[in-house]
Design a protein around this ligand. Structure first.
Ligand code: C2E
Ligand code: MG
Ligand code: MG
Length: 725
């Protein structure tokens, strides 16, 4: 700044007043006010080159250095101000700096010329052209050198680039314009000096051509640079978009990964948990049990217990209240069970109404029993479902796990066996013991044998006569199956019917029994006209009512054996009929439509609902032998038999008394008006050959009772029951 001020002051001080003329003023005005409009901005920079340089050079050559310095100064100030007017932000400091640079560079150029050349004016007028060119060159180089150097230093400070970089990148380009400007100024001065109009014209022409060419060149560069910048920008934007997309992709991948992890977790959870109660399921239970078994094999001190729980009569609840109610009950039970176990234990829903527990680290069976008591306490409180109070009971089987167990399945099986014992014995809980297993194995063996028995024809039929108590003649026979076991001998049905019911073997077995019995009775009927009305009673298992084609199968047998349907009676137990009343009634009606008779067996033991009884299309009630066997005068059982007989009469049904063993019982039953009887008193169930002997001996049963007792009293005193229909 001081240098600039000094240059300015010196120039003012030495200003040649005598040279002031109209021409100079015009030149000054043009230089200061208009030259800045003819400007070129150097590409990539804020540097503008104007024709003012040329005019400053011109003023230097024509009017001396002082004029040039002052003109350069004023031009710099004006062009800075006009840039500001155009909206370009220029700080005061920058304006001052521009001014200083203009002053110093012009002054340096003037000083250099004055030092090297004696009198520039003389050189223009008279000097050789070579010296003049030398002068111009010196002038422009000095001006450019100082100017560009100062600009480069200043920019280098501001942009952290080296001076050389700045100078090379931004300033060097301006050299052409400087040189062109200086030489045009020189040409103009020469032309004016020699008043050579042609030269002036040439100078103007060349300067315009140079100016326009350079301007065009610079514009081209600017356009190219702008294009490059534009495509750079686009590339950058594209890259940014790519990055965005990539990030979006990564985020999406993350999200998918997370969702995958979550769904994997869900699947894992679903694989090991029950959907209804969210308790661990059988899979998880078995895994945990295997682990417990392994642990106690390695460490015999480690004892654990497995409890198997089954809700009693859950099927009834499900059937009567609906499945959704059943589900809700299971859910409530599950909740109570879940709150009963310790952290280290496990409760799982096994299936339907079955739950299982693993109690870890128990001291002995007492701990497990104590836990079963706790469960009893928890579950015996009623469940309140949709305003209903529901009471449940359950059966628990307990097995104590220890080193003796090799597989998880074994201990579970034992707990299961114990649970079935609890059910059979109507206890809350039963602890497994080895005898139970032995029995279970026997049963399994029985099942295998039974399958073979059916195939090998080891089953045979026994027949027990049913006596008409009025005439004391054979009314018919009940056919009772026997198993002629190769090693065990004759096996009674009570030992194998339940197994065959469980395994489904009962279906083919009964069809065989039915066919055999019908064929047999037809054979006897055909032997003698006296036998033509013999009736055969065949026991039908409740399981049959689940068979859709039961009626059709029976019909086929009727056709096959040519039996008169009225001579066939099917015996159903009360429980079989009551279990699924509505659908059973439908099937019973279809059976009756075939002309077959129906009888309810073991009546009085199966809790039949009396309100149902009149809806069953039956012909006969069979009084259970438990009532008959202990029938004595005035005893409760005697009353029951009396009531059943009365009930049968009200419903217009026949009555058969089972299990008559004594003459006394027979006498009683006859007094009560019971029409038919069956029992050891008359005959045990006997094989075919025996039956034939019984049939031929027609007066055999009449001899059982003294003559005077026959016939029975005609007016039997039995109460009449009124049933609400
Ligand atoms: P159930 O149908 O009540 O048969 C009567 C049972 O009482 C027969 O036993 C018979 O031998 C027995 N019994 C008859 N009179 C007397 C008596 O005076 N005193 C005593 N103590 N018992 C007498 P069984 O043959 O052992 O049959 C038992 C049960 O097995 C039958 O009871 C029936 O429910 C079932 N059963 C027998 N055969 C068949 C069959 O072919 N099919 C089906 N589904 N069940 C059968
Ligand atoms: Mg029977
Ligand atoms: Mg019976």
């Amino acid at each position: 700044m001081p240098l600039g001020v000094a240059a300015f002051a010196l120039s003012v001080y030495n200003f040649p007043i005598e040279k002031v003329s109209v021409t100079l003023l015009v030149l000054a005005v043009v230089t200061i006010f208009f030259s800045s409009y003819l400007k070129i901005q150097l590409p990539h920079t804020k540097i503008h080159i104007t024709v003012s340089e040329t005019l400053v050079f011109f003023s230097f050559l024509a009017y001396g250095g002082e004029v040039a310095v002052l003109l350069a100064a004023f031009e710099s100030i004006y062009s800075s101000l006009s840039l500001r007017r155009e909206g370009i932000r220029l700080k005061g400091k920058t304006v001052a700096l521009n001014l200083t640079i203009a002053l110093i560079s012009t002054f340096a150029s003037v000083l250099t010329i004055n030092l090297i050349f004696d009198s520039p004016a003389t050189i223009i007028g008279e000097g050789s052209n070579t010296v003049f060119v030398g002068l111009l060159t010196t002038m422009v180089l000095a001006q450019f050198a100082v100017n560009s150097l100062l600009v480069a230093v200043f920019m280098a400070i501001r942009t952290d680039q080296t001076v050389w970089q700045v100078w090379n990148d931004y300033c060097l380009n301006a050299l052409v314009m400087y040189i062109a400007g200086a030489f045009m100024a020189g040409l103009a001065v020469k032309a004016i000096d020699q008043v050579d109009l042609f030269l002036i014209f040439v100078a103007l022409l060349i300067s315009s051509v140079v100016y326009l060419t350079y301007r065009r060149y610079v514009n081209d560069i600017r356009k190219t640079a702008a294009k490059a910048e534009q495509s750079e920008r686009e590339r950058a934007e594209q890259a940014e978009r790519h990055i965005d997309e990539l990030q979006h992709h990564i985020a999406e991948q993350d999200r998918i990964g997370q969702a995958l992890r979550e769904s994997k977790e869900k699947f894992r959870h679903a694989a090991f948990h029950d959907a209804l109660t969210d308790l661990p399921n059988r899979n998880l239970f078995m895994e945990t049990l295997k682990f417990a078994v392994e642990k106690s094999r390695h460490n015999p001190e480690h004892k654990f217990a497995v409890l198997f729980l089954d809700i009693n009569r859950f099927k009834t609840i499900n059937d009567s209240l609906g499945h959704s109610m059943g589900d809700r009950l299971i859910l409530h039970v599950a909740k109570r069970l879940a709150t009963s176990v310790r952290e280290k234990d496990l409760v799982a829903r096994f299936s339907g109404d079955e739950f299982a527990f693993i109690l870890n680290n128990v001291k002995g069976i007492e701990d497990a029993v104590q836990f079963a008591e706790l469960i009893k306490h928890k579950i015996s409180a009623p469940f309140s479902l949709s305003g209903r109070q529901i009471f449940t009971s359950f059966s628990i089987g307990i097995a104590l796990g220890g080193a003796e167990y090799e597989a998880a399945e074994d201990i579970l099986r034992d707990a299961d066996i114990a649970m079935y014992h609890a059910k059979d014995e109507k206890k809350d809980h039963v602890v497994f013991d080895q005898k139970m297993h032995t029995r279970a194995v026997t049963l399994l063996q029985l099942e295998t044998d039974l399958r073979q028995a059916v195939e090998r024809g080891e089953l045979c039929m026994y027949y027990q006569p049913i006596i008409d108590l009025n005439t004391m003649k054979i009314f018919g026979f009940e056919s009772l199956v026997r198993w002629n076991h190769p090693t065990r001998g004759l096996v009674p049905p009570n030992e194998f019917i339940p197994v065959s019911e469980e395994t489904g073997l009962i279906i083919p077995m009964t069809l065989w029994i039915l066919r055999t019995s019908c064929a047999q009775i037809v054979e006897w009927q055909r032997k003698s006209p006296a036998n033509k009305n013999l009736v055969v009673s065949v026991n039908l298992s409740g399981k049959h009512f689940a068979q859709k084609d039961l009626v059709e199968q029976i019909r086929k047998i009727l056709v096959e054996t040519e039996i008169n349907p009225a001579c066939l009676k099917l015996e159903l137990t009360e429980s079989a009929v009551m279990e699924n009343a509505e659908s059973v009634i439908r099937m019973m009606k279809q059976i009756r439509d075939l002309g077959i008779q129906l009888s309810i067996d073991d009546f009085g033991t199966g809790y039949s609902s009396l309100s149902y009884l009149h809806r069953f299309p039956i012909n006969t009630l069979k009084v259970d032998r438990s009532f008959v066997s202990s029938m004595e005068d005035g005893s409760e059982n005697g009353e029951i038999v009396r009531t059943i007989v009365a009930l049968a009469k009200t419903l217009r049904l026949n009555v058969i008394a089972e299990g008559i063993e004594t003459i006394h019982q027979l006498h009683q039953l006859r007094i009560l008006g019971c029409e038919y009887g069956q029992g050891y008193l008359f005959s045990r169930p006997v094989p075919v050959a025996e039956v034939e002997r019984l049939i031929t001996d027609t007066s055999r049963f009449e001899k059982i009772i003294p003559r005077q007792i026959i016939p029975p009293p005609s007016n039997i005193d039995v109460p009449h029951l009124r049933l609400a229909k």
